[in-house]
Design a protein around this ligand. Structure first.
Ligand SMILES: Nc1ncnc2c1ncn2[C@@H]1O[C@H](COP(=O)(O)OP(=O)(O)OP(=O)(O)O)[C@@H](O)[C@H]1O
Length: 226
């Protein structure tokens, strides 16, 4: 599903953020992306989101070379990639339903379809009863779940998360990770950048470790939970 072939990324002002990186993830696989600050984690995620382009190498998603994607196909491609951020990026002048509905409205979905999909997404994250609440009135863990519902409302094939549990206590972090794992079980490929070593140990999933833009270890941990 995700295939990096000797990918390098150099920003105009900086040294290489990623160097000759190759990796493969299957559909439905869940992995953690680790490494010190500046190791290149966010850059790797941005390449998958098509927010940045490689300076060298190729990135194939579902067998398609992203470098050859026509400009007109980019919005459709992006809908298939859900993204969760640490700070939720929710709009506090709208209720939970409207926050989750936003990506669908931007894409021009009919109101009835919007309602159906938003409720399905809120159901998956256990927040169906909070659709009328303002996100400011929710706990940090609930706000993050609203962010996840918004990320999956387009039914993405890939779910990316950049430090999604950075502000949460261990119990809530584990809840969020369980949700990600459930999306993996539905066939979504899940890649989570995190510094949370305890969580990675508990989740027992593949760990991709970056150091100065290079993939220095790729530990495929036996999945004992399935
Ligand atoms: N837009 C940019 N322009 C120039 N340099 C950048 C840009 N984004 C990242 N970099 C540089 O690329 C390198 C990798 O950064 P990146 O944000 O991918 O690391 P990271 O592992 O995600 O770090 P963190 O854990 O702090 O988020 C760093 O040296 C950073 O300064």
């Amino acid at each position: 599903m995700i295939h990096f072939d000797k990918v390098s990324k150099r920003y105009p002002t900086a040294q290489e953020a990623l160097s000759g990186l190759s990796l493969h993830m299957d559909a439905g696989e869940m992995a953690f992306l680790t490494g010190h600050s500046g190791a290149g984690k966010s850059t790797l995620l941005k390449l998958i989101m098509l927010m940045e382009r490689p300076t060298q190498g190729q990135l194939l998603i579902n067998g398609k070379n992203l470098g050859r994607l026509h400009r007109s196909q980019i919005p459709y491609y992006r809908r298939r990639v859900g993204v969760v951020f640490q700070n939720h990026q929710l709009l506090f002048d709208r209720n939970v339903f409207d926050n989750v509905a936003l990506p669908l409205q931007v894409s021009g979905y009919q109101p009835r379809e919007v309602g159906r999909r938003v409720r399905a997404a809120l159901d998956k994250v256990g927040l169906l009863n909070k659709e009328k609440h303002n996100p400011i009135a929710l706990s940090g863990g609930e706000q993050q779940r609203v962010g996840i519902a918004r990320a999956v409302v387009h039914k993405p094939r890939i779910l990316l998360a950049d430090e999604p549990t950075g502000n949460l206590d261990p119990e809530l972090s584990a809840e969020i990770m369980t949700l990600f794992r459930q999306f993996g079980e539905l066939g979504v490929t899940v890649l989570v950048a995190t510094h949370d070593v305890d969580l990675i140990t508990r989740m027992n999933r593949r760990q991709l470790h970056l150091q100065q833009g290079k993939l220095v270890s790729d530990e495929a941990i036996a999945d004992v939970s399935r």
